[in-house]
Ligand binder design. Sequence first.
Ligand SMILES: *Cc1c(COP(=O)(O)O)cnc(C)c1O
Length: 356
Amino acid sequence: MQRAEPQDFARVLSSMCTVPHPKARTAAERFLTTNPGDPGTYETVAALEEKAIGMLGAVAGHPSAGGYIASGGTEANIQAVRIARNRARTHRDVTSPNVVVPESAHFSFTKAADVLGIELRRAPLTDYRVDTDAMAALADEETVLMVGVAGTTEYGRVDPIPDIATLAHEYDALCHVDAAWGGFVLPFTGHEWNFAHAPIDTMTIDPHKMGQAVVPAGGLLARTQELLNPLAIDTPYLESTSQVTLTGTRSGAGVASAVGAMDALWPEGYRKAATTGQENAEWFANELSARGYAVVDPVLPLVAADIPHETIRKLRDRDWRISKTSSGELRIVMMPHVTREMLTAFVSDLDRIGQK
Ligand SMILES: *Cc1c(COP(=O)(O)O)cnc(C)c1O
């Protein structure tokens, strides 16, 4: 099989990235060599970053949120853990901090734990959502953060965010919501996930996933700009006096493309992508069920189904870019580039290959 072109999405079915909106692409090119890490020198992109955070805040139910455009969900999650750890050190004298996360938490929290020297405690799930009683049982006076996922990476499920926020504050811990993937879909559902629905403290929401911006554009939001203070480091050789980001020099492309995409798509364009994605998810789930495959009910535009590994391997040989969940299910993410035509072609291939 020939290798696909690097930017060809025609057979990409399991990625959480997608074709950027044309306005996002143009904006990225225009700001490619700017560095928002040095706002004293690159003033235009620094102003654009404030705009990006205001718009991301609006998507997440809190237009006056603080935050910044990160390299991705991984950096945003690491930084959320770092805020909670540093804050607990000064507020509460916590010396061996722990963070309680759902078992479904993204592997970036494992990186955060390793880098920051905190203990990760994983709470079990019931029907793919975290069990808050189990979270309570894992928490103690050294707990600095409790995490809920709004749109899990493998099954697209939404944890009970208001309950997690209440629980976290009982322990004087912070509450972080990981909406890296789900954040641009959830505004068009009835789920309670954002700053307006619950007293959450921080959130990860990535423009470079469902937000249709270019990579790299992640988002870290905080209820107030002051919440970012535990991240501030003095920057002696720059005009600006301190920096809260994990990276130093970073491309303004992500910042500019996030604004370009949100300007073009919030809210109607995102609503359309979310609605079409959900319709495609339900159609695809029905097609697979009708063929006798066990399917995990798609709550958000993401379908996991039990397909024999050998069949998945043969579909990959036909150049379908697909991946599996940790338990081995085929996982299809209904990103904006995934059309009904693509899915129909995929199902035809499955029919051909699936029959022994
Ligand atoms: C993708 C994802 C991340 C990681 O984001 P990157 O941009 O890949 O670093 C974190 N959390 C969730 C829920 C995700 O889906």
